[in-house]
Design a protein around this ligand. Sequence first.
Ligand code: RB5
Length: 159
Amino acid sequence: MKIAIGSDHVGSELKPVIMEHLQSKGHDLHDFGAYSAESTDYPIYGIQVAEAVAKGEYDLGILICGTGIGISLAANKVKGIRACTCSEPYSAQMARRHNNANVLCFGARVVGSELAKMIVDAWLEAEYEGGRHARRVQEIMDYESGIWRPEDGIPENYL
Ligand code: RB5
């Protein structure tokens, strides 16, 4: 898989560990920074990675900040992005199977490196199930595009 990865300063030490782990499994990674522990702002990296994934330049994105929350909020502002913060493998697996998350986020102050490896593995090894989940994901994307609202209810022409 072609994966875009980014972090703020808090995630800058965990990021190379995750990169090495994924590269050893044959994934192709591009690091969008931050490249040091010097204080910076997570929206810079969250939005750059999210835009690259939304444009189709990468299959998926991985983002790391202190909690995984700020950087996911930033990534989710990019149209077409479904970024999920996961602190354990079950949620990471389900984020892909049910929510078709195209960006995975986690916190370097929340998970250790071994747990982070399990989280990325669970996410990458899972497959989107589509079916009834596709309709729900589509509602989110259509709301984002301004063509669906909750009061419209469940659209009949969806899966
Ligand atoms: C930086 O101190 C911290 O706020 C950031 O890494 C992240 O956790 C924000 O959500």
